[in-house]
Design a protein around this ligand. Structure first.
Ligand code: M6R
Length: 605
């Protein structure tokens, strides 16, 4: 993961580097660092904590210079500490790196045999020392190209040179890298978001490309060092990007923004006048589609799982789903009649991007359901369906999950209707219900006070289970993921009917068990599974959209969300689970927006 930034300017750059690093913290927050060049000296400032800490260090001990690079780390090689924090510098070169150098051990050995001394346990330091070696008899660009040839793995790099104080070199293989243009100032960054406060003119490097920045120029090179031109994109302005408003943290803001997310998304895709869904330009005509393959990671994978139930219920189409890190290594029989859909909030998740690349290599049609429309996954897919959720800053995905579900549901309705799998009256009814979704989410959010009380019951728990059947099973998985990610409490999501095949052994007196039971065809079955848990001492938290009287005495806590229809209940039932995880984490004083060991965008394998 990690975030990198570089600025070449006619004025001091450290403040702008710090500001950009704050925006990049979603990529990692194990350590932060900056290196600037002044009077032919590389000046490093680093800390083992967050960017705020680095800013304090810089206030006490400023680091001037009109050219510089910065980094936020998500540790891969070497523990998160000061020594392993980037940049990694020799006397002549300083490097920031996002990605993994797979042959770093081998390269380290070669360098050590030649007398190089390593200070850190990182893979990055081999890059610094290889470039330092090469610079003994080469110009910077040649030295970088020579080094790149030796590296295996994925990376985005930013490099400055003591003896060439006007240039920053950037290189991309696998990990994303953008450059930004301004007057008397140019930028390098892991994404356009980090550069947005400084410029909206962006170019994206493709795999194998390298760039050289000065304050007045940017040159691009392909893998063979031929000069190339790159398209300049004008990126959109996002409102309220980094403003928490009156909320304690981004996650609570994002949870409470969900009625707006739903409204925006529904308005974008539903043509109210025509009473139709305005999804056009299908890369394969819906009637000719053989199979839909949905791929994602984490929460995005859970939205694929929910969508599978919807497609199976509403359409005649076959659906397959997979976790991107599995998909990319499977021996898949690709079929040009299939549509391969990649779901990703960030659009930068390495496994999902790699799975998409494999599809492209196999010449099949791809679609992405993304939040960040300038992202790698969006740019690389044949067809993009944006979720319109706006920037999601909290590491735990909430409003983006909601947006993914809405877009996948809308796509499912459209495909089912074009194929003639649902009749016009049902299609219209489903669209009308969708329009009621924002208000139903608003009502669901009023459950917060009850959820706060419920959260207290998890404080002394040793673990927890989330159970559901049908499309409530992936919602159970998502509830469990949210709870473990935010509160560090062990949580497992299970199909309720599967409990007796093993997990029932985990039930002991007082274990919190969250039962997700909308009034659908599974309702009675889920109630029976719940009784099996009650009989063994499990403490039940029951979440339904059924009438109040279905919340019986044996239940410790009951919550009821509004009922729209059996499809939209999945979306509504996810909301109390987000709030539950949030409040348990808050009571446990966990870092809500930046849970330990995680990052918002997972750009390593
Ligand atoms: O950006 P993506 O949607 O591709 O990210 C996928 C997962 O890393 C992400 O959903 C992760 O599971 C969330 N932190 C969960 O809240």
């Amino acid at each position: 993961m990690c975030g990198i930034i570089g600025i070449a300017s006619s004025k001091p750059v450290s403040i702008n580097i710090i500001n950009s690093l704050k925006k990049l913290e979603y990529r990692g927050y194990d350590s932060a660092g900056i290196a600037t060049l002044k009077d032919q000296l590389i000046n490093e400032r680093k800390c083992s904590g967050r960017v705020d800490e680095l800013e304090k260090i810089l206030l006490k001990s400023p680091s001037d210079g009109n050219i510089g690079i910065g980094h936020v780390r998500w540790a891969t090689h070497g523990i998160p500490n000061l020594i392993n924090a980037h940049p990694h510098s020799s006397e002549n070169v300083s490097v920031v790196h996002n990605g993994i150098i797979e042959n770093s051990d081998e390269l380290k050995k070669i360098l050590e045999d030649k007398g190089s001394k390593f200070k850190s346990q990182t893979d990055t330091e081999v890059i610094t020392l290889l470039i330092t070696e090469a610079l003994k008899n080469m110009e910077p660009l040649d030295a970088v190209f020579k080094t790149l040839k030796d590296l295996k793995g994925s990376f985005a790099l930013g490099i400055i040179f003591k003896d060439f104080p006007d240039i920053i070199i950037g290189a991309r293989r696998g990990s994303p890298l953008a450059v930004g243009y301004s007057s008397n100032e140019n930028y390098l960054g892991s994404d356009s978001y980090a550069l947005k406060s400084m410029t909206n003119k962006i170019s994206y490097l493709d795999d194998g490309e390298t760039c050289v920045l000065t304050k007045n120029s940017i040159s691009f090179f392909d893998v063979k060092k031929n000069k190339i031109n790159k398209k300049v994109h004008i990126v959109s302005d996002d409102e309220n990007i980094s403003d928490k408003g009156n909320y304690k943290n981004f996650m609570s803001k994002e949870i409470f923004e969900q009625p707006i997310t739903a409204k925006k998304c529904v308005n974008e895709y539903i043509d109210s006048l025509k009473k139709d869904i305005n999804i056009l330009n299908f890369p394969i005509r819906p009637k000719e589609l053989k199979k839909i393959v949905l791929v994602g990671c984490g929460t995005a994978y859970h939205s694929c799982l929910v969508a599978k139930y919807w497609f199976e219920e509403l359409s005649s189409i076959e659906v397959e789903i997979d976790i991107a890190s599995e998909f990319r290594y499977r021996k898949i029989k690709f079929d040009p009649k299939n549509l391969y859909i990649f779901v990703s909030q960030s659009g930068e998740t390495a496994d999902t991007a790699a799975a998409l690349d494999i599809c492209k290599k196999n010449k099949v049609k791809t679609c992405s359901v993304v939040n960040v429309i300038e992202s790698t996954i969006a740019r690389n897919s044949d067809w993009v369906l944006p979720i319109h959720a706006g920037p999601e800053i909290g590491v735990a995905s909430t409003k983006a999950f909601l947006g993914q579900l809405i877009v996948l549901y809308i796509l499912c309705l459209k495909i089912s209707s074009v194929r003639g799998d649902i009749n016009k009256s049902n299609y219209n009814k489903n669209i009308e219900n969708l329009k009621k979704l924002p208000d139903a989410i608003k009502k669901t959010l009023t459950l917060e006070t009850n959820i706060q009380l419920m959260a207290k019951e998890f404080l002394n728990a040793r673990g927890s289970m989330f159970l559901g059947r049908g499309s409530s099973f992936p919602i159970a998985l998502e509830g469990a993921l949210k709870l473990k990610e935010l509160s560090y409490l062990h949580a497992e999501g299970y199909p309720a009917g599967e409990m007796k095949h093993g997990p029932l052994a985990l039930i002991e007196e007082g274990l919190p068990v969250i039962v997700i039971a909308p009034k659908d065809k599974y309702f009675e079955k889920t109630l029976s599974n719940m009784q099996e848990v009650i009989a063994r001492g499990g403490k039940i938290f029951f979440i339904t959209d059924n009438k109040k009287d279905s919340i019986s005495e044996n239940i410790r806590f009951g919550l009821r969300v509004p009922h729209l229809d059996n499809f939209l209940s999945s979306i509504l039932l996810a909301v109390p689970l987000q709030m539950l995880a949030y409040h348990v984490a808050l009571l446990k004083n966990c870092d809500i927006d930046k849970p330990r060991n995680l990052a918002k965008s997972v750009t390593v394998e």
